[in-house]
Ligand binder design. Structure first.
Ligand code: TXA
Ligand code: MG
Length: 308
């Protein structure tokens, strides 16, 4: 069910869960102080309770409701990248945030999304929790149709069209000394160097703090994905519009081999299409650079293809 801004505000104030657009992916939103709605988010998504939620803000200064001391670089990163596809995880005053939002951790993830409708919404509702609006483990939703496919046609969706980025935010976690990469995402790691003076690196899995969501199988269609291989032997291929493939192969195109932005924008729609069309197996053309945003694509594909 598509709803407008005023209906969205009303639903949230009444303690309901709705889907909201962002520039990355759609989110399943609830007020941060509505425990029943937060519980419903976890049960709707079938999300493990160990996986914490991001709080979405409309102004960076709202973080001071949750902590009085911020790590070095926080305000500079916020001023430069918000609104935008960066999520920052910092220690908080745990009495100010329900433990189920944080999955019991002493830290909290924050982001200001860059979508005009959702920013107008946040201005009226205050902080909202919102995980991606998909069933846990499945590809994220980048348009209202994807949300409806996972949660039903009656589920309320604030219709903000197709997400411009189409892939989740990049997560930076303060580890007590420096910012580390919790999740690759729509902003490539090197873009933070101009603000931090260094490129945030990925954390080893054995180390804390770690991004709990990264432990779970993710972004995966029902179809089996093969990452590369002999492209002449395959039935269905996901490939680039500017390449020529063997003529008997059915190709689903995700964009040009020169544009990781375009490929990421189309990624989840294509992965969902495999299931919509009942395709059981697809092979991916893996001939792309191992740098910049392509690394985010590679990470999503590895997770989507993993059987674990
Ligand atoms: O682009 C996005 O970030 C989207 C839109 C809706 O904002 N949201 C999103 O939420 O991707 P979700 O819940 O699907 O992914 C959030 C990730 C999870 O991997 C979770 O483990 C991690 O953020 N996370 C949340 N709080 C954390 C914390 N306190 N410490 C470490 N990781 C945290
Ligand atoms: Mg998610």
């Amino acid at each position: 069910m598509r709803i407008d801004l005023s209906e969205a505000v009303r639903h949230l104030q009444e303690g309901k869960v709705i889907a909201i657009p962002t520039e990355t992916v759609y989110g399943l939103a609830a007020r941060y102080d509505a425990p029943a709605a937060i519980e419903e988010i976890f049960s709707l998504k079938k999300r493990p309770p160990l996986n914490p939620l991001i709080i979405h803000l409309s102004r960076a200064a709202q973080v001071f409701s949750f902590t009085s001391t911020l790590p070095p670089g926080f305000l500079e990163l916020a001023a430069h990248f918000w609104p935008g596809s960066m999520t920052l995880v910092v220690p908080v005053d745990t009495s100010t945030i329900l433990p189920q939002i944080r999955a019991g951790l002493p830290t909290q993830a924050f982001r200001i999304p860059d979508h005009p409708l959702t920013r107008a919404l946040l201005d009226q509702t205050g902080p909202l929790v919102a995980p991606s609006a998909n069933l846990s483990g499945k590809p994220s939703a980048v348009c209202p149709e994807h949300v409806e496919s996972d949660f039903g046609l009656d589920f309320p969706v604030l219709d903000g069209g197709i997400c411009s980025k189409g892939v989740e935010s990049t997560i930076l976690i303060w580890d007590g000394e420096k910012w580390v990469l919790g999740r690759l995402g729509a902003l490539p790691a090197p873009c933070f160097e101009s603000i931090l003076g260094y490129i945030p690196q990925e954390m080893g899995r054995e180390k804390t703090p770690l991004c709990p969501g990264q432990l779970f199988r993710h972004y995966a269609p029902k179809a089996t994905l093969h990452l590369g291989g002999d492209l002449a032997m395959v039935k269905t291929l996901i490939g680039f519009t500017d390449r020529i493939y063997p003529k008997d192969v059915r190709v689903l195109y995700w964009g040009k081999s020169t544009s990781p932005e375009e490929v990421l924008h189309n990624l989840y729609t294509l992965l969902r299409r495999l299931d919509e069309e009942g395709i059981e197996e697809a092979t991916i053309d893996m001939q792309f650079p191992q740098e910049g945003l392509w690394i985010t694509l590679l990470e999503r594909l590895k997770k989507a293809a993993s059987a674990a």
